[in-house]
Design a protein around this ligand. Structure first.
Ligand code: SF4
Length: 226
């Protein structure tokens, strides 16, 4: 979404071949609102709300994951843990240059987000993290929709089954990983969860599908001259 309210210096941050550009001022205002959100805590869904935020900047690629993990919660940086390291490798193999906007340099190419922004805590079984509930996702979804509109990315990368289904419907990873989709003029590229605990992603027969997804990302990078 193009806006008419950006200061002149911010309106020049990017002019790509699609004409999309991030409303950096609007994104900053949204982040300030997210930072003080306690909706899930007040609804009794979370012990302590601690939304993950980042400094606003232009990005042509947006990543949407499931929810912050414990390393992200501790460091206050989206995708700070193993999931981020794996995803950075996908960006590197897709040909993106390293940058300084993230602890994993190849993730500097993307604006990072997730269905919910607060660490849900460990799972009840003690095996991994608790997946965010339907109610938490619903409470956080308006932030995500506003964020997509403000970042206005050309490419949206969906990480993990929950994020994939939130945008592509009740699909199977088997049927969608390695393919690209289009919504509202944006290219959506699904990936499995990158934390390393994804049994789907660890199966040998699925590694070729992940490579095809990396190739899709590389092709879009070339098309957009990123
Ligand atoms: S997960 Fe989202 S809606 Fe829930 S408290 Fe955190 S920022 Fe607010």
């Amino acid at each position: 979404m193009l806006t008419t309210t950006e200061p002149a210096e911010l309106s020049e941050v990017w002019s790509g071949i699609t004409g999309r550009t991030t409303d950096v001022v609007g994104l900053g205002a949204l982040i300030a609102r997210i930072a003080v959100c306690r909706a899930c805590q007040e609804a009794g869904l979370l012990g302590e709300a601690h939304p993950i935020t980042a400094a606003p900047r232009d990005a042509r690629v947006m990543v949407i994951g499931q929810a912050p993990g414990p390393v992200t919660h501790r460091e206050g940086i989206h995708f700070a843990g193993p999931a981020g390291r794996t995803m950075a490798g996908w960006f590197q193999r897709a040909g993106f240059p390293p940058g300084e906007a993230h602890k994993w340099p190849y993730l500097a190419a993307a604006w990072l987000s997730s269905l919910t922004r607060c660490f849900p805590g460990p799972s009840g079984s003690g095996n991994g993290d608790r997946a965010p509930s339907t109610r938490e996702i619903a409470l956080c979804r308006p932030f995500l929709e506003e964020e997509i509109a403000l970042v206005d990315p050309d490419i949206v990368i969906l990480i993990g089954a929950m994020a994939v289904r939130a945008f592509l419907g009740r699909v199977k990873l088997d049927d969608v990983i390695g393919n690209r989709f289009e919504r509202d003029g944006r290219v959506l590229i699904p990936f499995p969860h990158s934390s390393g605990v994804s049994r789907w992603g660890n199966r040998p027969e699925n590694k070729a599908k992940i490579e095809r997804a990396v190739e899709q990302l590389s092709a879009e990078r070339e098309r957009l001259r990123l």
